[in-house]
Design a protein around this ligand. Structure first.
Ligand SMILES: [Fe+2]
Length: 310
């Protein structure tokens, strides 16, 4: 496969994972994200691997109007048209499991990155596709794995914030790691003064430091982007420590120490994480979703209410 990171320069290897970077890419040339390809993916996409959401208007700043829907029996092309004309947002998760061609692309992208960035050994790769309507937005949040956003269509303004307090208090990232919250964390409008802001164009990708909070405002046009996730040993270790710290914080008084991914205390925390994850103790406390509507291409809002289903 030809090079996918067409704009990669030597300094990007040094910045990777340490500072937000914006690099030109050639994902659109693969043909895997054309309307036909997206419509084909939407047809019978596994229910457990997508989120179809209705979002509040920009500037609302809260989650009150974030509701979950279902594609229903709408055909792929109609679904694509409805999503792109309503105030809707679909996140196709684990696309690499549904499509061998996307898996090949995912592996090629990370093989190229591993070749270009010394010491970068990614694994547990994941590829998702976000299709969102004009004016849609993604609220301030933080993700657990390493993340990159590969923009393909439309205009997106992406705000990336420092990955430490007060933008990301330890207690909040621990909650995200424990899956006690859906990646949302507390946001204050003044945080924007300290954000790095990118007006992302099609053919550009963004990668930011681990857990760096971010939020996205779409321009007045349809947006199509790919998200990739990856783990490395250091990301996995930081996850294990935060998971254990989160458990300790919930069982003991006082704040636990900052993440420490070395030495005896690291291994004790890693062992606690493995023990709790194996026991399934936290499973019942995870968030559940309620589907409140179904896609309806004929409706003004492109939505039809259904009996809420968990
Ligand atoms: Fe994200």
């Amino acid at each position: 496969m030809t090079k996918l990171l067409t704009g990669f320069r030597p300094e990007h290897a040094e910045l990777w994972g340490r500072h937000p970077v914006c690099i030109e890419h050639g994902l659109a040339d693969t043909g895997l994200f054309s309307d036909d390809a997206l419509a084909a993916l939407l047809e019978d996409y596994p229910r457990e691997n997508y989120d179809l959401l209705h979002m509040a208007e920009q500037g609302t700043g809260n989650l009150a109007h974030w509701t979950e829907g279902d594609l229903g029996r709408v055909r792929g092309r109609e679904a694509l048209d409805a999503i792109t004309s309503g105030r809707l947002w679909i996140n196709l998760r684990r696309v690499h499991e549904a499509s061998p061609a996307h898996l090949e692309l995912l592996e090629a992208v990370f093989a190229e990155l591993a070749e270009r960035v010394p010491g970068f050994h990614p694994y547990k790769l994941n590829l998702g596709i976000l299709i969102s309507s004009p004016g849609a937005q993604v609220y301030y949040h933080s993700d657990v794995p390493g993340q990159s956003l590969w923009h393909l269509r439309g205009a997106k303004r992406v705000f990336v914030y420092p990955n430490r307090a007060p933008f990301l208090p330890e207690e909040q990232i621990e909650k995200v790691v424990l899956s006690l919250t859906e990646a949302e964390i507390d946001y204050e409008p003044w945080f924007d003064d300290y954000a790095t802001v990118f007006d992302l164009q099609p053919g550009q990708m963004l990668h930011w430091p681990l857990n760096a909070p971010h939020r996205v405002e779409n321009g007045d046009c349809i947006n199509v982007s790919v998200t990739t996730e990856h783990f490395t040993t250091s990301i996995q270790n930081s996850y294990a420590v935060r998971y254990a710290n989160g458990l300790i914080r919930r069982g003991l008084r006082g704040p636990p120490p900052l993440p420490n991914t070395r030495g005896g205390s690291f291994w004790a925390r890693a062992a606690l994480t493995v023990a709790v994850k194996k026991s399934g103790l936290l499973k019942a406390r995870k968030l559940e979703k309620t589907v409140e509507w179904e896609l309806d291409p004929a409706a003004d809002t492109r939505m039809r209410a259904v009996t809420p289903l968990v």
